[in-house]
Write a protein that binds this ligand. Structure first.
Ligand code: GLN
Length: 217
C-alpha cells in the first residue's frame, strides 16, 4: 500500500481488477478515471497487494472455474471475510451473492452479501434491458445512472443487513433489486463500466479509501 494524498481527498489506494475473464479493461479505465492506481489480478501475490478489488462482468461460471484453476478462490474468500472492499458488476454480483438460483452445473459463489441472485434472470425474450436508475446513494440527487443489463442477474431476496441501492421501475422486471451494498461489498446487476459514466466506480474508490483510512487510523 502506498501512502500520501492524491489531491482528490483521500489516501492513495491500489485497486485490483480480477482478470481471469470478462470486461477487465473497461473497469480499469473507469477506476483510473476515479483516481485509483489499478492493477490486474491473476495471481495470489497480486491479490495480496490490493486495497480493494473489482469482479468484472463476464460469465460467472467461467470465472468460478478459473478462480479454482488459478488457486485464488480460497484466498479471495478469506480476504472478503477479512473486510476487503469488493465491487462486483453483473457476473461479479453473482460471485458476491451468498445464494444463487439457476446457476450452472456445480457453480458456486464466493459469497459475502446476504442476497439470493437469479442468474440470467431477464430470460431469453429480454436478455438485455436499459433503464435510468436514480441510485441516490451514488448520484446524491444528480442525474440518474444509465443501467445497462446484459444477460444480467437480479436480486430475488435480500437480508436485513443489505442496503438496497436500486430497483427497476419499469418493464417486466419492475420492482426487482439491481444494486446492493453490505458493508464493504457493493454489487450491481448492470454495467456502469461500459457507459463512460464513472460515478459508481468513484463511489467504490471512496469506499476503498474509507477502508484504508479506517485500518491505518
Ligand atoms: N450471464 C452471466 C453470468 O451468468 C452474466 C452476464 C454479464 O456479466 N454480463 O455470469
Amino acid at each position: 500500500m502506498s501512502v500520501g494524498g492524491t489531491g482528490s481527498g483521500g489516501p492513495d489506494v491500489v485497486i485490483g481488477v480480477l482478470a481471469l475473464q470478462g470486461d477487465v479493461g473497461e473497469h480499469v479505465r473507469a477506476l483510473e478515471s476515479g483516481g485509483a492506481r489499478v492493477v490486474t489480478v491473476r495471481r495470489l501475490a497480486e491479490l495480496e497487494s490490493v486495497d480493494g478489488l473489482v469482479l468484472p462482468g463476464g460469465e460467472s461460471t467461467t470465472i468460478d472455474r478459473l478462480l479454482r484453476v488459478f488457486e485464488l478462490r480460497d484466498a479471495l474468500r478469506a480476504r472478503i471475510a477479512d473486510g476487503l472492499p469488493v465491487y462486483g458488476s453483473c457476473a461479479g454480483m453473482i460471485l458476491l451473492a451468498d445464494r444463487i438460483l439457476d446457476g450452472g452445473k456445480g457453480q458456486e459463489t464466493l459469497g459475502g452479501i446476504n442476497i439470493t441472485v437469479r442468474r440470467n434472470a431477464f430470460g431469453r425474450q429480454v436478455d438485455s434491458w436499459e433503464e435510468l436508475l436514480p441510485l441516490e446513494e451514488v448520484t446524491r440527487g444528480g442525474p440518474a445512472v444509465e443501467g445497462i443489463f446484459i444477460r444480467a442477474p437480479w436480486v430475488e431476496e435480500a437480508g436485513p443487513e443489505v442496503s438496497v441501492l436500486a430497483r427497476l421501475s419499469a418493464g417486466p422486471a419492475a420492482g426487482r433489486i439491481v444494486a446492493v451494498r453490505q458493508g464493504r461489498l457493493l454489487a450491481t446487476s448492470f454495467h456502469p463500466e461500459i457507459t463512460g459514466d464513472d460515478r459508481v466506480h468513484r463511489y467504490f474508490v471512496e469506499m476503498v479509501r474509507d477502508s484504508v483510512a479506517a485500518t491505518t487510523a
